[in-house]
Design a protein around this ligand. Structure first.
Ligand SMILES: [Zn+2]
Length: 305
């Protein structure tokens, strides 16, 4: 993993020169690092799906100061979970999703925060933060150029009492804790991570978010409880992660046309604690995406090349 120690100088130079002369043809399924410090990994893809794994890193270099404010615990096994999803998508489609993974432990960098809280003034952490977000943008731009849209999934792990997937669309508990008709009237879908999809296809925003063909419904039908979904449409008074900086910046912001997506917060038991559990979650996620992308983006995930 440590590029500095294992990569000969000539390769490092070739790497730097290649990176300086964009555009560079990148091979789907191949890992790339865009600086000498192996803190941000990019797995190139040829699917419209972009995965991010900001809290699964384990590196704690002495050269970066510890963060002293905010959450510093990692989301255990979420990077492994993201790789399992890549594998399942490849098995289904014969193609590769993009992955952007932070290898820094969250005590050193939190890419799911704005830069001040993320890096807390450490210049190397700030550089890794910029590299992470530049790489997410590169992956999204590549997906949009190839397919006309990108679907961003930011993967996390939670320890809330209810063991269900928390699907975050950048809408708050207060915005979700209303009946469907009121939700539709509120117009808040226009500031969510599904803003572009809804603007294009119209219809009930509540149906898109928590109706019988929503992502939550598709997960629940395959045995993974999810909120929001038809059975669990509102967080009510329970703790719920509604989507952080990554999906808000890259999918919900007004300057992100053609990008939809969500944050998925996963419970530990039965989802990310064992290789078998991760493979099951990954296979279900691939199936869910196949249905959702076909119905909403007219994209066939299971049509092998
Ligand atoms: Zn997290």
């Amino acid at each position: 993993m440590n590029v500095r120690r294992t990569m000969p100088l000539c390769l490092l130079l070739a790497f730097a020169i290649a990176h300086a002369s964009e555009p560079l043809e990148r091979k789907p399924g191949q890992s790339y690092y865009f600086s000498f410090d192996p803190y941000v990994e990019y797995v190139a893809g040829d699917l419209p799906i972009v995965l991010t794994s900001p809290h699964g890193g384990r590196l704690k270099p002495d050269t970066i100061r510890n963060r002293t404010k905010g959450v510093t615990d990692m989301d255990v096994n979420t990077q492994e979970l993201a790789r399992a999803v890549l594998d399942a998508l490849h098995a289904l489609s014969g193609r590769h999703a993009h992955l952007v993974a932070s290898h820094l432990h969250r005590s050193k960098l939190d890419p799911n925060r704005e830069i001040v809280e993320a890096a807390q003034g450490d210049p190397m952490a700030e550089r890794a933060w910029r590299e992470f977000h530049d790489t997410v943008r590169l992956a999204i731009d590549s997906a949009v150029a190839r397919h006309g849209f990108a679907f961003l999934i930011d993967l996390h792990g939670h320890a809330h009492p209810i063991p269900r997937l928390e699907l975050g669309y950048a809408l708050s508990t207060r915005q979700l804790n209303v009946p469907d008709a009121e939700f539709d009237r509120s117009g808040v879908i226009a500031v969510s991570t599904l803003r572009d999809l809804h603007a294009r296809r119209g219809g009930s925003a509540a149906a898109l978010l928590r109706g019988p063909r929503s992502l939550g419904a598709l997960f629940a039908a395959r045995g993974l409880r999810a909120i929001p979904s038809p059975a669990e449409p509102q967080p009510e008074g329970h703790p719920y992660f509604n989507g952080g900086y990554i999906v808000r910046r890259h999918a919900a912001a007004p300057d992100t046309p053609k990008v939809d997506g969500l944050q998925i917060e996963c419970p530990r038991a039965g989802v990310r604690d064992t290789a078998e559990a991760r493979a099951r979650f990954a296979n279900i996620t691939a199936e869910v995406l196949a249905v959702f992308l076909q119905e909403n983006h007219d994209f066939r995930l299971d049509a092998k090349k």
